[in-house]
Design a protein around this ligand. Structure first.
Ligand SMILES: Nc1ncnc2c1ncn2[C@@H]1O[C@H](COP(=O)(O)OP(=O)(O)OP(=O)(O)O)[C@@H](O)[C@H]1O
Length: 290
């Protein structure tokens, strides 16, 4: 895949290697009177060479962990760093923020609030291509069209406003907006939960392919264990705000070390597992063109 890289102004090149680190990172919510610890002193490294699934029950701190990694939440204790520098510091300046957004893209579960209701969807998808990558209008539109096609989104839908498409379509536009930037690490928070089951597998394939074709890292937050094991080479298990286990997905499935992981796996026993889909089985429309 060609990587147009304007070096003009603030449109810097894509970094080769990216490392996000949680260093005893803690996030507490509430007031001094009633504090609640959502993430409790988690130390973990995520790189552009790794695909990591973050799993755990509802309320275990998965989303909070992801939001700290991308600078949407600031830790009350410990640090979060991006290639050695504090994320909180990096995102303070415009150029630091742009470098960071070029390298790390977050796709969340709440697409209602993540799209500007006054912008048409194509404007929202094109915006990062112009501002972060400095692509011309033609280049940006071509890249958007390629990505929408891969996500089975008719390009005609892109001229609508966010409230004029279904929740599942809006979710796919959110995925498109993250993928078009071709980040070095993609952070996905429950991105397929709201989608129709028939579309979920295709989107998971697309995310997996993206990471393989672009040698990109993935942090995939989900309470769906089979889906997470399918897209991620490693699993990180959260329980009551703590990281209780991390290891290669196959190893965690075969030989879970923590009692909570065992109970999580037991809850899924008997459910259908997702097998990697071979190229021959893939709808050509679902691969990210390179
Ligand atoms: N902004 C907030 N203010 C107060 N409490 C919060 C806030 N965000 C999250 N929490 C609390 O922190 C805990 C962890 O929430 P988080 O969203 O990280 O969990 P999760 O594992 O992602 O859950 P789910 O799978 O349901 O999305 C929960 O108890 C939640 O209620």
């Amino acid at each position: 895949m060609s990587e147009p890289q304007s070096t003009a102004g603030t449109h810097g090149p894509r970094p080769a290697y990216v490392e996000l680190v949680l260093d005893a990172a803690t996030k507490q919510y509430g007031s001094a009177r009633s504090r609640f610890t959502a993430v409790d002193a988690v130390t973990a490294t995520f790189t552009s060479d790794q695909t990591v699934g973050v799993v755990g029950e509802s309320g275990s701190g998965k989303s909070t962990l992801a939001k700290m990694l991308v600078g949407f939440e600031t830790p009350n204790g410990g640090r979060v760093t991006f290639n050695g520098e504090s994320v909180a510091q990096v995102v303070k300046s415009r150029s630091g923020r742009m470098d960071f957004r070029r390298a790390v893209q977050f796709i969340g579960q709440d697409t209602t609030s993540s799209f500007d209701p006054r912008r048409r969807l194509d404007d929202s998808v094109l915006l990062p291509l112009r501002t972060l990558l400095g692509l011309s209008d033609g280049e940006a539109r071509a890249r958007m069209a390629e990505t929408l096609d891969a996500l089975r989104l008719p390009v005609a839908l892109a001229s609508r406003y966010p409230f004029e498409v279904s929740g599942g379509q809006r979710q796919r536009f959110a995925i498109a907006r993250g993928l078009v930037v071709r980040p070095r690490i993609l952070v996905c928070d429950e991105v397929v939960s709201a989608l129709d089951v028939s579309v979920q597998g295709a989107i998971l394939n697309l995310i997996k392919d993206y990471c393989e074709q672009h040698s990109a890292g993935l942090i995939f937050v989900s309470h769906g264990l089979p889906a997470t094991g399918f897209v991620a080479q490693e699993l990180l298990v959260m329980y009551h705000g703590r990281m209780v286990e991390r290891g290669p997905s196959a190893q965690v499935f075969a030989d879970p070390q923590h009692a909570y992981t065992r109970s999580l796996l037991n809850a899924y026993r008997g459910e259908p597992t997702l097998e990697p889909v071979g190229d021959d089985d893939l709808d050509p429309a679902l691969t990210v063109a390179s």
